[in-house]
Ligand binder design. Structure first.
Ligand code: UD1
Ligand code: UDP
Length: 360
């Protein structure tokens, strides 16, 4: 098959890393980067260190309001899809790049394949929730990371084309975990010891764009019982500076503000952290895979199994709840197996081969 894969934001480069590799064994892949993320630390570093093939197209769309960004992506992607005439357009996750490609594909002939189908936070104020729902409802092939994601799709009337593959991010973590341990020097660089620090990431719009939530998160971080290493997303740096909270973190002795790091360094940090505090979707799962307890700065999550298992706790942006969770020392329960066996990329490539045979 000729597959046109569309990526644009940091987590999508990481998801494409195992999937592109598997696809290219049996299929022709055209890789399109929308340019939604463009800083070296949010984009280039992943292509370099993970050996992801150079994108065949970089649309250079960049940042902007949702409508303008999504519309520009759609216009440029439409021309690429028309020229390349792929059999399948493959998209990942829930960003504006995902939605733009989904809408373009659904109005042209290729099938649309969605990796990470069936996730719901049930919070429609979250831009990603709208992106997920619309993408799933346009998709012909839905690659769900768990049975519960497939059940969610069924509850919305989507039964055909659903395949439970496991989570491609588990594949990604398994591929780099030992290399991260051997090659990354990030702990030494920031004077950190295994098990003796907290890792923090924040970038969700609900937190960055609301000063009172951001302020409560800052309070929680400065009050942490261990050193905190915080790779700061540019959106969050801007929000912290605009709201006058940056200096509070920068001058604090507990917190180390650093640039966003590459994947090997991030996996090393997450593996070595005593716990992680985050509002990221992907980091909640990766923490689980790496046996690191997770404190999630959100009111709800689409990765509910991590909470049900006792390894992840939702604290919103509530000062007291963040404090309690960062200081909790209760032992964690034994870990169930969630989201597959780390073979999701192969399964996706196999399903696409089955589709090709059925079409022939
Ligand atoms: C996007 C996704 C989010 C995903 C996240 C992964 C949407 C609606 N949001 O959020 O689901 O979790 O990526 O990290 O698609 N910026 C830079 N350099 C860059 C990119 C962005 O400085 O390379 C700054 C710009 O000021 C920009 C802001 O970050 O306005 C937000 O970028 P954007 O891509 O719109 O959303 P993210 O918050 O990164
Ligand atoms: N990540 C990274 N460097 C960082 C922060 C995160 O490599 O400084 C990786 C992390 O391991 C995960 C992905 O980026 O695989 C998560 O991306 P993000 O939190 O930006 O997006 P989300 O998953 O919330 O959509």
């Amino acid at each position: 098959l000729k597959i046109l894969s569309v990526v644009g934001a940091r987590p999508q480069f990481i998801k494409a890393f195992p999937v592109s590799d598997a696809l290219r064994r049996d299929h022709d892949e055209v890789l399109v980067h929308t340019g939604q993320h463009y800083d070296e630390s949010l984009s280039g570093v992943f292509f370099d260190e993970l050996d992801i093939p150079e994108p065949d197209y970089n649309l250079g769309v960049g940042s902007g309001p949702h409508a303008a960004q999504t519309a520009e992506m759609m216009e440029l992607l439409d021309a690429v899809v028309a020229d390349e005439a792929p059999d399948v357009v493959l998209v990942y996750g829930d960003t504006n790049s995902t939605l733009a490609a989904a809408l373009v594909a659904s109005k042209r002939t290729p099938r649309l394949a969605h990796v990470e189908a069936g996730l719901r936070s049930y919070n429609r104020a979250m831009p990603e929730e709208i992106n997920r729902i619309l993408t799933d409802h346009c998709a012909d092939l839905l690659f769900a990371p768990s049975e519960s994601a497939a059940t969610t799709l069924a509850s919305e009337g989507i039964h055909d084309g659903v395949y439970v593959t496991g989570d491609v991010q588990y594949d990604a973590v398994l591929r780099v975990r030992s290399a991260a341990g051997e090659r990354s020097t990030v702990l030494e660089a920031h004077d950190l010891s295994d098990g003796e620090f907290v890792l923090a990431t924040v970038h969700r719009a609900a937190n960055t764009d609301d000063r009172s939530r951001l302020s409560a998160i800052v309070d929680g971080l400065v009050d942490a019982p261990k050193p905190v290493v915080f790779p700061v997303h540019p959106r969050t740096e801007q929000a912290l500076r605009d709201s006058g909270l940056w200096s509070r973190l920068a001058e604090d002795e507990t917190v180390r503000l650093v640039e966003p790091v590459g994947y090997l360094d991030f996996v090393r940090l997450l593996d070595g952290a005593e716990r992680v505090v985050t509002d990221s979707g992907g980091v909640q799962k990766e923490a689980f895979y790496l046996d690191t307890r997770c404190v999630t700065l959100r009111d709800e999550t689409e990765w509910t199994e991590t909470v049900d298992s006792g390894w992840n706790v939702l604290v919103g942006a509530d000062r007291d709840a963040i404090r309690t969770a960062l200081h909790a020392t209760d032992p964690l329960p034994s870990k169930p197996s969630l989201y597959g066996e780390g073979t999701a990329a192969e399964r996706i490539a196999d399903v696409l081969s089955e589709v090709e045979v059925a079409d022939a």
